[in-house]
Design a protein around this ligand. Structure first.
Ligand SMILES: Cc1cc2nc3c(=O)[nH]c(=O)nc-3n(C[C@H](O)[C@H](O)[C@H](O)COP(=O)(O)OP(=O)(O)OC[C@H]3O[C@@H](n4cnc5c(N)ncnc54)[C@H](O)[C@@H]3O)c2cc1C
Length: 384
């Protein structure tokens, strides 16, 4: 490793940039290099699923360009380039065929969308939105079109259903799931959200497998296993995300659901760290903003010379379905217990409790959202 090798962060999403900001509060001098496959603009990814209601294009959602970020962070920011390999033994990266040394390396490579088998053949007619560039492409593809079919009824599919409808589009959601957001919600809470979205005009086909999606005229024809056929102008695929860990895996690092790191965010190599969507921190892969902000603060301390263990409180997720306010703190997969649901109409209070009455998670819809603070106080820490 060269003597003056920089600290290198791969990724300029919320994880990469927030880490850099926190790090610069503690260390203004150490050379810092950030490398991104995208254009390095700083933006808040959660705003991508509220942009249609607000009529905002990609440029309006971008908060800073890469050059401004570089200046503010006293960093070099390389954009539009892929890191293709990591060699932990020599502490070097391969970037566009060139070798780049690092002193410490942080992986903030995010997650990639899972693809439907018809994706390639359908080109611009079936897209996913997982970054600002995708959002711009989807908006361009939607010009002059009205009927959108969303494949997937998870958090992202539901948020876009609400947002596109508010933006004036005709929206149909198709999913093999039995109810909305089944990884997060019990059926009663999901039913409340579904009925409010239906009141807004969103149509749902749940529990259906897609047999085929084909180009037709200037749009799409979607055939479901129930025999139903749907016609749409544009498709949005939202069938889930997987941590982007191939680079780490090829370098011989321990990878499970994501890049496996300990509570100091350190991987199986002592000079390589990971945070954000790509990381599995002490067994938890949490693809949300609050966990990565907490991780960025802890890792900044470790990288500036104060080894710091990460703690996670239980962190509520505010789902952006304004048709039906929804807040959820899902139970960790290790928690044992069951959902208990009460409430009326669209105001559902669902709590996940174990045999001794200890609360492990909740989902609140409509007016029941008011109980968020009280219930959050009763939850055990995710990483105490
Ligand atoms: C539509 C949408 C709405 C959301 N809403 C919410 C919400 O309301 N609340 C919430 O908590 N969370 C929400 N999330 C999740 C949240 O936005 C993510 O958890 C977070 O933004 C992930 O940030 P990241 O930096 O880990 O990943 P990313 O933002 O994906 O950044 C990854 C970076 O790594 C770079 N990269 C990857 N591989 C390479 C390589 N080989 N070489 C160079 N660069 C590379 C990419 O170019 C990119 O810059 C939402 C997600 C989406 C998609």
């Amino acid at each position: 490793m060269a003597d003056n090798a920089p600290l290198v962060i791969i990724g300029t999403g919320l994880a990469g940039y927030n880490l850099a900001k926190e790090f610069r509060k503690l260390d203004t001098e150490r050379p810092l290099l950030m490398i991104s496959a995208d254009d390095g603009r700083f933006y808040s990814k959660p705003l991508l699923s509220t942009g249609f209601a607000k009529g905002k294009d990609a440029d309006e959602l971008a908060m800073q360009d890469a050059a401004t970020m570089a200046e503010q962070l006293n960093a070099k920011v390389l954009t539009g380039v892929q890191v293709s390999a990591i060699d932990p033994a020599s502490r070097t990266l391969t970037v566009e065929g060139r070798s780049q040394p690092y002193s410490d390396l942080v992986l903030a490579t995010g997650a990639e969308v899972r693809s439907l088998p018809w994706r390639e053949a359908l080109g611009e007619r079936l897209l996913s939105i997982n970054d600002l560039g995708d959002y711009g492409r989807f908006r361009a593809a939607l010009k002059g079109r009205n009927k959108v079919v969303i494949v997937g009824a998870g958090l992202i599919g539901c948020e876009f259903a609400n947002d596109l409808r508010l933006g004036g589009f005709e929206v149909t959601v198709v999913a093999s799931d039995p109810w909305l957001m089944p990884q997060l919600l019990p059926e009663a809470a999901a039913a409340a959200v579904q009925s409010k979205l239906e009141e807004l005009g969103v149509r749902f086909y749940l529990g259906c497998a897609i047999e085929s999606i084909a180009l037709e005229a200037d749009g799409l024809r979607v055939r479901l296993d129930s025999g139903t056929e749907l016609v749409a102008d544009q498709g949005l695929s939202a069938i889930g995300l997987a941590p982007r860990a191939a680079l780490a895996e090829a370098a011989g690092l321990a990878v499970g659901r994501g890049v496996q790191v300990d509570r100091q965010l350190r991987s199986s190599d002592p000079h390589i760290y990971a945070l954000g969507d790509c990381a599995e921190v002490a067994g938890l892969n949490l693809m949300y903003v609050m966990p990565l902000m907490t991780a960025a603060r802890a890792l900044a301390k470790t990288l500036s010379g104060t080894p710091t263990e990460l703690s996670y409180p239980a962190m509520p997720i505010m789902v952006k379905t304004p048709a039906c306010p929804l807040v959820v703190t899902p139970p960790l997969s290790s928690a044992e217990g069951s959902w208990q649901c009460s409430g009326e109409g669209s105001d559902v209070r669902a709590v996940f409790v174990d045999g001794s009455g200890q609360l492990h998670g909740y989902a609140l819809t409509g007016a029941a959202v008011a109980e968020k603070l009280q219930l959050t106080r009763e939850l055990p820490a995710w990483l105490g």
